[in-house]
Design a protein around this ligand. Structure first.
Ligand SMILES: NC(=O)c1ccc[n+]([C@@H]2O[C@H](COP(=O)([O-])OP(=O)(O)OC[C@H]3O[C@@H](n4cnc5c(N)ncnc54)[C@H](OP(=O)(O)O)[C@@H]3O)[C@@H](O)[C@H]2O)c1
Length: 336
C-alpha cells in the first residue's frame, strides 16, 4: 500500500524535516510540491527528488497519483489550503496551528468531514515513545487522580521573524509557535477537556505578538495545568511534571526534544523508575502514523478535532491575558 504525497509551500519545516522524513517512510511517494516562486520551488523539488513542481495549487491538486497533502504554509493560509485539498478529495496533514481562529479551524474540520477525507494535525511530540509509556502509566492509575500538570515548551531565545512578525499571517506569537504543542500534549495526557483558562503574556494587555505566555488550565475532570510557552529563555527547561494523588512523573527534556536526550522518572510508593527518552525523529513518526491511519481508513492519532481544540485553548489564552479575566472555553467560539 502506498500514499502519494504533495507538499504545500517550500517552508523550512518541510525542507528540513518533513520532506526528508517522507523520503524515508515506506509506502510514501513524494509526487509534487507547490510554492510561490518558480525557481525556489524547482530547487526544493530537485533537493528532495520530487518529480513535479508548480506555483499553482490547483495544478498540484489535479496531479495524478496525489492522495494526500502536507500543508506548511503560514498559519493564516492553512484554512484555505485545507479546504481546497478537501474539495479535491485529498487527505490532509496540516501543520499547527490548524488555523488562526476557532471559526477557521471549525471550517477546516467541517470541510474534511464533508469531503470524507482524513485531517491530521502535526503534533509530533506525543509520538515520542516516552509518551506511550507515560500515557500507559496514567491509564493504569499508577499516579492515582491527576492533580496538576506543569509543562514548559521553548526552543530557547528566538526573535520572531519573517511572516511570524505579521499578525495577519501568524495570528499570535509564541501561543501559536509553541503553545499549541503544549496545550495538545497536556490535554492528551490528562484525557479530559479544558473548561477554564487564565493567562498572562509578556506583552501585558497590548495587542502585540507575545513571546512568553503563561497559562493556567482547568480540565473537566478536575485536573489543573500550568503551561509556560516561550521563546525568550536562553536556559530553558523543556520539562513536564505530572502530580497525582499517589505519584509523580518528572519529565526532563521531553517537551521539545529533537537532539538532546531526555528522560522521565516515575515516582510512586512502589519506588522510582526511569524511562529513557532518546532523541528520535518525531516528524518521521508523526507522518508515518498519519499515513498508516489513512491507509487503514482510520482516524489519524492527532486529528482535526485535536487541532481545533488547541486553537480554542490558544484563543482563550490570548483573550484571558488581554481582557484580564478567566475565560470559559465553552464560550470561546461564540464570543466575537
Ligand atoms: N510542528 C512543528 O514543530 C513546526 C515547526 C516549524 C514550523 N511549523 C509550522 O509550519 C508552518 C511553516 O513554518 P516554517 O517555519 O517552516 O515557515 P517558513 O520557512 O518561515 O515559511 C513558510 C513558507 O510559507 C511561504 N510564505 C512565506 N511568507 C509568505 C507570505 N507572506 N505569504 C504567503 N506565503 C508565504 C513560503 O513558501 P513558498 O514561497 O514556497 O510559498 C515559506 O517557505 C507554520 O504553520 C508553522 O507553525 C511547525
Amino acid at each position: 500500500l502506498e500514499l502519494g504525497w504533495g507538499i504545500v509551500s517550500t517552508a523550512a519545516v518541510a525542507d528540513g524535516a518533513v520532506a526528508p522524513a517522507l523520503a524515508r517512510i515506506e509506502g510514501a511517494r513524494l509526487v509534487g510540491v507547490v510554492g510561490r516562486d518558480r525557481d525556489r520551488t524547482n530547487a526544493f523539488a530537485a533537493r528532495h527528488s520530487i518529480p513535479f513542481s508548480t506555483t499553482r495549487y490547483d495544478q498540484l491538486l489535479a496531479l495524478p497519483g496525489l492522495d494526500a497533502v502536507y500543508i506548511a504554509s503560514p498559519n493564516a493560509l492553512h484554512r484555505q489550503h485545507v479546504e481546497a485539498a478537501a474539495a479535491a478529495g485529498k487527505h490532509v496533514l496540516c501543520e499547527k496551528p490548524l488555523a488562526t481562529t476557532v471559526a477557521d479551524a471549525e471550517a477546516a474540520v467541517a470541510a474534511c468531514r464533508d469531503a470524507g477525507v482524513k485531517l491530521g494535525q502535526m503534533f509530533q511530540t506525543r509520538h515520542h515513545p516516552v509518551y506511550g509509556e507515560l500515557a500507559a502509566v496514567i491509564g493504569r492509575g499508577e499516579l492515582g487522580d491527576l492533580l496538576l500538570v506543569e509543562c514548559q515548551v521553548s526552543p530557547g531565545n528566538h526573535e520572531l521573524s519573517g511572516w511570524r512578525t505579521d499578525p495577519s499571517l501568524a495570528g499570535h506569537g509564541t501561543i501559536f509557535n509553541l503553545g499549541v504543542h503544549a496545550y495538545d500534549l497536556v490535554r492528551w495526557l490528562v484525557g479530559s477537556e479544558v473548561v477554564d483558562v487564565t493567562a498572562l503574556l509578556d506583552v501585558g494587555r497590548e495587542a502585540q505578538l507575545e513571546r512568553l505566555a503563561l497559562a493556567l488550565l482547568r480540565f473537566a475532570n478536575g485536573t489543573l495545568a500550568y503551561v509556560n510557552a516561550n521563546q525568550v529563555m536562553e536556559r530553558r527547561r523543556p520539562d513536564l511534571t505530572v502530580y497525582g494523588s499517589d505519584g509523580r512523573i518528572d519529565g526532563h527534556g521531553i517537551t521539545r526534544q529533537y537532539s538532546a536526550d531526555g528522560e522521565a522518572r516515575i515516582v510512586t510508593a512502589a519506588g522510582e523508575r526511569v524511562v529513557p527518552a532518546p532523541a528520535v525523529d518525531l516528524f518521521e513518526r508523526a507522518v508515518a502514523a498519519f499515513q498508516r491511519a489513512v491507509l487503514a481508513g482510520e482516524e489519524p492519532p492527532a486529528n482535526g478535532e485535536d487541532g481545533l481544540r488547541s486553537v480554542a485553548i490558544a484563543t482563550a489564552v490570548a483573550r484571558s491575558a488581554r481582557e484580564g479575566r478567566v475565560v470559559e472555553l465553552a464560550r470561546v467560539a461564540s464570543e466575537p
